[in-house]
Design a protein around this ligand. Structure first.
Ligand code: SF4
Ligand code: SF4
Length: 163
């Protein structure tokens, strides 16, 4: 049987965004939607892409030397002529500043599972802690709140002779 090798953009451990609670999020490549609010447009293309991050570029142009298609440009924020680029990734492999990066990586399913299960103890521990808090501390806090809310300053109304 052929092994599945999904193409992922990223695997984020301890993620707080994109859903409830703390979890490990797997970002697949090849999203067929085009939501106007998309925060991960690099996940749309179902193939590995080469991304350019101008802030990381140190201007060495090693990328230009290795590109077999003469697709490297020196045009401000545009480094690659997409009409020539074959996405071979040679430029990203030699880039010292990570200005050019491969966006997307193939994983074996077992590899993904291994990463997902790494934080299982932590996540389950968190749930147990929340359960303990709900069972043991919340009833106490609720009772103290009722007492505090029903207490008035009348308690301090003592006759003068009491002093
Ligand atoms: S190899 Fe990387 S750091 Fe050097 S010019 Fe190209 S993108 Fe910039
Ligand atoms: S991915 Fe390959 S073809 Fe595209 S710019 Fe880089 S070296 Fe050139």
């Amino acid at each position: 049987m052929k092994k599945l090798s999904p193409l992922l953009v990223d695997i984020k451990r301890g993620s707080l965004e994109d859903g409830p609670g703390t979890r490990t999020t797997v970002f697949f490549k090849g999203c067929p939607l085009s939501c106007p609010w998309c925060q991960n447009p690099e996940a749309m293309d179902p193939q590995v892409e080469i991304g350019f991050y101008p802030r990381c570029c140190i201007g060495c142009f090693d990328c230009e030397k290795v590109c077999p298609e003469e697709a490297v440009l020196n045009r401000g924020d545009v480094r690659i002529d997409r009409s020539r680029c074959t996405r071979c990734g040679k430029c990203a492999d030699v880039c010292p500043g990570k200005g050019l990066r491969r966006v997307g990586r193939y994983y074996e399913v077992d590899q993904i599972l291994e990463i997902l299960l790494r934080d299982r103890v932590f996540y389950e521990g968190k749930i147990e802690t929340a359960r303990w808090f709900a069972r043991n501390r919340l009833p106490l806090l609720a009772a103290e709140r009722v007492i505090a809310e029903s207490t008035t300053l009348d308690l301090m109304d003592l006759p003068e002779e009491a002093f």
